[in-house]
Design a protein around this ligand. Structure first.
Ligand code: IMP
Ligand code: MG
Length: 203
């Protein structure tokens, strides 16, 4: 029945998004295997009190949905939203809050769930905002870490994959709002860029 009808999606090795070529970087089974490991680690670390996962919209919604289902202890969820890159591929470094959390996190265990830490400025801003509510503990789970680009010292407690300083899309991550629905993660094909990324992002 349903089980028999299920067909794994075909994985394209190269895709084009908004006219730019991206190549397969992390396929769906690889991502899910790692997300499961992170879920298991979180389950071990919070045996007594349910943590609140705070997803950073929009990019983290798919990672959060999978991560949460691999967590086997009680947990809650809430969301916040920051200003975005627009259609640029390089972080502007300017951040502001578009949607605040609804949950009361005072004296609660909090895990911020992000799709990617790039410069780290968004996460630094988020952690500073959330600290003001005096949570019992504050940790970070990020699927990807562009470690060469990170400019601030951050406590990244759960990291899925360390990735090079190149633009990635898929599994929630977008390029100008497109690409989030790709089941795998794709990386900008360097051989096909014109070296003009910095200009595009620094407006
Ligand atoms: P940061 O403030 O520079 O660390 O940027 C973090 C945010 O920028 C992430 O939450 C993403 O939404 C977005 N971002 C950074 N790098 C990428 C990327 O390679 N692809 C898609 N979005 C990205
Ligand atoms: Mg994001």
């Amino acid at each position: 029945m349903l089980k028999d009808a299920y067909q794994p999606a075909e994985i394209e090795p190269v895709i084009v998004c908004r006219g730019e070529r991206f190549r397969l970087y992390l396929d769906e089974p690889t991502i899910l295997h790692r997300v499961q490991e992170l879920g298991e680690a979180i389950s071990r670390d919070y045996p007594d009190e349910p943590p609140i996962l705070i997803g950073v919209l929009n990019g983290a919604f798919i990672f959060l949905a999978d991560l949460m289902r691999y967590i086997t202890v009680d947990c809650e969820v809430d969301f916040l939203k920051l200003s975005s890159y627009g259609a640029a591929k390089v972080s502007s470094g300017r951040v502001y809050e578009l949607k605040k959390i609804d949950a009361d996190i005072r004296n609660r265990h909090v895990i911020v769930v992000e799709d990617i830490v790039d410069t780290g400025l968004s996460m630094e801003y988020i952690l500073n905002r959330l600290k003001a509510y005096e949570p019992k503990s504050l940790r970070v789970a990020t699927l990807l870490h562009k470690y060469e680009a990170t400019r601030v010292d951050l406590p990244l407690d759960y990291v899925g994959f360390r990735v090079p300083n190149l633009f990635v899309i898929g599994y929630g991550l977008d390029y100008g709002q497109l690409g989030r629905n790709l089941r795998s993660i794709y990386i900008l094909d360097e051989a096909c860029t014109d070296g003009d990324d910095q200009a595009k992002g620094s407006k």
